[in-house]
Design a protein around this ligand. Structure first.
Ligand code: PAF
Length: 295
């Protein structure tokens, strides 16, 4: 058994990838199936839903908590990112049986040595739109950390929220390109009572801001109804004009795209799946959401 694995109130926390690998390959080698939920901490109910789904489908769960520096294009966003491992682990423990779980919470040098640099990935164009176009290098950073984690952990299934729908599609592509035998499971967006998609960033909003942010999902739902009888152009305008009435919101983009290619579309075709993707800024916080657009 390991000398420097840390038990925080009975949740096992491992901070070294070699120890984690060793633990999974020796102590757990007879475990039937392994689920994985990667996170950057600042955990909320949305993460817990992913963990609950993982543990309902698999025998044992690995949760990683690591604020990955290479996926931030903005230094101040990286610095401001909340970090509180004790609180995160306490929160997990309230919802998931600690006996069925290990937390991997490394420092940056355990992952990157002294060279936190992203590898370059091509995801057949999925990375060139929306978050990829607006946050340069973001998906190279996500690919780098996930390739590292997938290779160490070798999960049977990994669970991702649909809030970051583009990330979910990119992770599926990553696994396909790297020929990894991992099933990527997308889970529905977990929302606050008034509809705001759960996110670690919501913590940075004032109570008033958090209430006002309900407008995002309200507008997406209206757009989904509107889309049934209106063109893509008109639906786009509908969303843009709605936000013009609320100057406290700054709409970065609302894009209607094909669910499969994520390419923005100008015309609707039967039997194609579309989604509306939105990013707005409120009180200096960048909020992201999306909705399926049946037609
Ligand atoms: O979605 C996230 O929190 C991150 O992008 C992930 C998948 C944990 C990689 O750092």
């Amino acid at each position: 058994m390991f000398v420097d694995r840390l038990m925080l109130n009975t949740v096992m926390i491992i901070t070294s990838h070699n120890k984690l690998k060793n633990y999974l390959e020796t102590d757990l080698k007879n475990s039937i199936s392994l689920g994985f939920v990667p996170t950057m901490g600042a955990l909320h109910d949305g993460h817990i839903t992913l963990m609950q789904e993982a543990i309902s489908q698999c025998d044992f769960l690995v949760v990683s908590i690591f604020v990955n520096p290479t996926q931030f294009d903005n230094k101040s966003d990286l610095q401001k990112y909340p970090r509180n491992i004790t609180q995160d682990v306490e929160f997990i423990k309230q919802h998931i049986d600690p006996k069925k779980l290990v937390v991997y919470a490394p420092e940056t040098d355990d992952v990157y040595g002294n060279n936190p640099i992203a590898k370059k990935y091509g995801y057949d164009g999925l990375e060139q739109v929306m978050e990829g176009a607006n946050r340069l290098g973001h998906f190279d950073g996500v690919g780098t950390i996930l390739e590292f984690l997938f290779t160490i952990i070798k999960p049977d299934k990994a669970f991702f929220g649909e809030k970051d729908f583009q990330q979910l599609q990119i992770v599926k592509k990553l696994v396909e390109k790297l020929k990894l035998d991992i099933e990527i499971v997308g889970c529905p967006i977990k929302r606050e009572a008034h509809g705001l998609a759960m996110s670690s960033r919501n913590e940075r909003l004032t109570t008033d801001g958090r209430n006002k942010a309900a407008l995002i999902y309200e507008t997406l739902q209206k757009a989904a109804v509107y889309f049934k009888d209106h063109s893509i152009y008109k639906t786009q305008k509908f969303v843009e004009e709605t936000f013009l009435n609320y100057p406290e919101f700054n709409l970065e983009y609302f894009t209607i795209a094909s669910e499969e290619t994520l390419k923005p579309v100008k015309r609707k075709y039967k039997n194609h799946l579309y989604r509306g993707f939105i990013v707005v800024h409120l009180e200096g916080v960048r909020l992201i959401d999306n909705i399926a657009l049946p037609h």
